[in-house]
Design a protein around this ligand. Structure first.
Ligand SMILES: Nc1nc2c(c(=O)[nH]1)N[C@H]1C(S)=C(S)[C@@H](COP(=O)(O)O)O[C@H]1N2
Ligand SMILES: [Mo]
Length: 327
């Protein structure tokens, strides 16, 4: 892709600490910060080291999915992130806080016989297995920008279906105002981060949004990426992809979808409400308390898988679809 300029020295860093990880090490971290400039110290995004070789084992076991690309989401303003970069640089705290080890730690996630319970304030509660979902709802491919609150971004070709199809299937009652997604959790399988011990963290991971947001055409449930089923580290077998919000809103490995009348408690918002808001739309003008959100580092473009600095776009560039939700 000729229009991409790759500044020298912005290669995928081997260093795994990230702002979200930093929370778990905050006590050690705050000590280390004494006397240091906070903004500079927090964002460990600048790396000059060469990356580890890409490992095809990261996508072992995936099954091809027959899908057609939705022409409305066929292209964005930057190349698709290399698949093996995306599959070896993940946030999934149930499997640890070391980004580049999560794909290996996630191997024990038992995705056979997966069930997704959809209920709460609905007329027609249902429990779907994965076959039901993929047969009932036509799968499509959508190329979406993806922006983590940590100020890095990717472009991922998801395979899945609009969340609105679930709304239509279960028919929320007029009392339902929000939806809550709950991720798989079993402390025997999901050891969690090392600091602090697991029991202090509000697992299972939950996320949520307003029903009108969920009904927006962009809100998507992914069962695959890059033309095949999701590797476990991406949140197999079903995860949320909400491209105008920060990445943490996209709960992985969803086992429960509940329609509720009040704004639900969510994992990050419970841990650090001042830093991780419930709404969390991508917005370059609203800095995270510990770093700016005006720029981002696009990761995973060939040939070097370099970090490429880009201005962050309001609603991650999806304002034409979603701005009316917030007027
Ligand atoms: N259950 C669960 N879902 C999660 C997370 C997590 O730790 N646990 N991390 C979130 C964050 S912070 C991001 S950026 C994305 C990362 O998705 P990816 O690894 O598929 O790129 O997943 C989100 N969903
Ligand atoms: Mo994130």
């Amino acid at each position: 892709m000729a229009f991409i300029r790759i500044p020298p020295g912005w290669q995928l860093p081997e260093r795994d600490a990230t702002p979200e990880t930093v929370f778990f090490n905050r006590r050690r971290f705050l000590k280390g910060l004494a006397g240091a400039g906070i903004a500079g110290a927090v964002l460990p995004l600048v790396g000059c080291r060469t990356q580890k070789p890409l490992d095809r084992a990261a996508i072992a076991g995936v099954q091809p999915l027959a899908v057609t690309l939705n022409p409305a989401f066929a292209q964005v303003d930057r190349p698709i992130t290399n698949e093996l970069v995306a599959a070896t640089y993940n946030n999934f705290y149930e499997f640890g806080s070391t980004k580049t080890a999560i794909w290996q730690n996630a191997r024990p996630l038992p995705i056979e016989d997966w069930k997704v319970e959809v209920g709460g304030l609905v007329k027609n509660p249902q429990t779907f297995d994965l076959d039901d979902l993929t047969k009932k709802f036509p799968l499509e491919e959508r190329i979406y920008r993806f922006r983590c609150v940590e100020a890095w971004s990717m472009v991922i070709p998801w395979v899945g279906f609009p969340m609105n199809l679930i709304i239509k299937a279960v028919e929320p009652t007029s009392a339902a105002k929000f939806v809550r997604f709950t991720s798989y959790y079993d402390s025997k399988v999901t050891p969690g981060p090392l600091f602090p011990p697991n029991q202090f963290l509000p697992f299972p991971y939950t996320e949520g949004m307003r029903i009108e947001e969920m009904a927006n055409d962009l809100a998507f449930f992914a069962v695959g990426a890059y033309g095949h089923t999701l590797p476990k580290q991406h949140g197999a077998p079903l995860r949320a992809a909400i491209p105008w919000k920060y990445g943490f809103k996209g709960a992985k490995s969803i086992v429960k979808i509940e329609f509720v009348d009040k704004q639900p408690a969510t994992f990050w918002n419970t841990l650090i409400p001042s830093e991780y808001k419930f709404e969390s739309n991508v917005d370059p003008a609203v800095p995270h308390p510990r770093w700016s959100q005006s720029q981002e580092r696009f990761v995973g473009a060939e040939p070097e898988f370099a970090w490429i600095e880009k201005p962050t776009l309001k609603y991650n560039g999806y304002g034409e679809y979603v701005a009316s939700l917030y007027s």
